[in-house]
Design a protein around this ligand. Structure first.
Ligand code: PGA
Length: 250
């Protein structure tokens, strides 16, 4: 069994004061007793340095929410993967559904970002997930499959990505997929990853579930087959809730 990863996606939330306080709270909890899983927080870019400083030396790692596909250049407003590595990140989320829909990111672009992350020594967390309309039309697995095939890094590199399955209709809505639906999606993703990266490497890719993961549903979700952790949005903004989710790791 792969060690679980609980990742917090702060999205566009947090100023120096509130973000720093949240990071210090998490660091203090980690010093007192670290749960039996890997922990990661992905603050907005302007907080990477102060949050990284607050977490330094502890088990909670630092991640970013997006990166550009190029390592440097004339791309106003963007952040390159080597900059994130330089800021102390170990991971970067790519292809979150909010970026796919708000910024028109395609599978091809997401793959280029994921490969740029890997080249910079970061682990990309590649997000996939169907919309409600696609699920109702019975196309959930087909959509997930084409996103996986189009957006995870090509096989051949030494490193494998993390994949996050996040049904779009479950993000920020308080609705979660049923355990049966999660098991089906994760099982399908596992089989695909094995066919892409090979039986062994594909078996080690962590597949996170995301979409309204809260302290009161985390234990059930984290116990589902092939769920190797969670990508947590709203509940990651409260240290107590994030910690309770991490403590739910079986
Ligand atoms: P949520 O967000 O936990 O607020 O639903 C999850 C995500 O978008 O990563």
């Amino acid at each position: 069994m792969v060690r679980k990863l609980i990742a917090g996606n702060w999205k566009m939330n947090g100023l120096k004061g509130t973000g720093g306080e949240l990071a210090r709270d998490l660091a203090a909890r980690a010093r007192a007793a670290a749960p039996d899983c890997d922990l990661l927080v992905c603050p907005p870019a302007q907080l990477l340095f102060p949050v990284g400083e607050a977490l330094a030396g502890g088990p909670v790692r630092l991640g970013a929410q997006d990166c550009h596909a190029e390592p440097s250049g004339a791309h106003t407003g963007d952040i390159a993967a080597p900059m994130l590595a330089d800021a102390g990140c170990s991971h970067v989320i790519v292809g979150h559904s909010e970026r796919r829909s708000n910024h028109g990111e395609t599978d091809g672009l997401v793959r280029a970002k994921a490969e740029a992350a890997t080249a910079a020594g970061l682990t990309p967390i590649v997000c996939v997930g169907e919309t409600e309309e696609e699920r109702t039309a019975g196309r959930a697995l087909a959509v997930i499959e084409s996103q996986i095939r189009g957006s995870v890094p090509e096989a051949g590199g030494a490193e494998v990505p993390v994949v996050a399955y996040e049904p779009v209709w479950a993000i920020g809505t308080g609705r979660t997929a049923t355990s049966g639906d999660i098991a089906q999606a994760h099982g399908h993703i596992r089989a695909l990853l094995k066919s892409i990266y090979g039986e062994e490497a594909g078996g080690t890719v962590r597949i996170l579930y995301g979409g309204s993961v809260k302290p009161d549903n985390a234990a059930e979700i984290l116990a589902v087959a092939e769920v190797d952790g969670a990508l947590v949005g709203g509940a990651s903004l409260k240290a107590e809730d994030f910690w309770a989710i991490a403590a739910s790791c079986p």
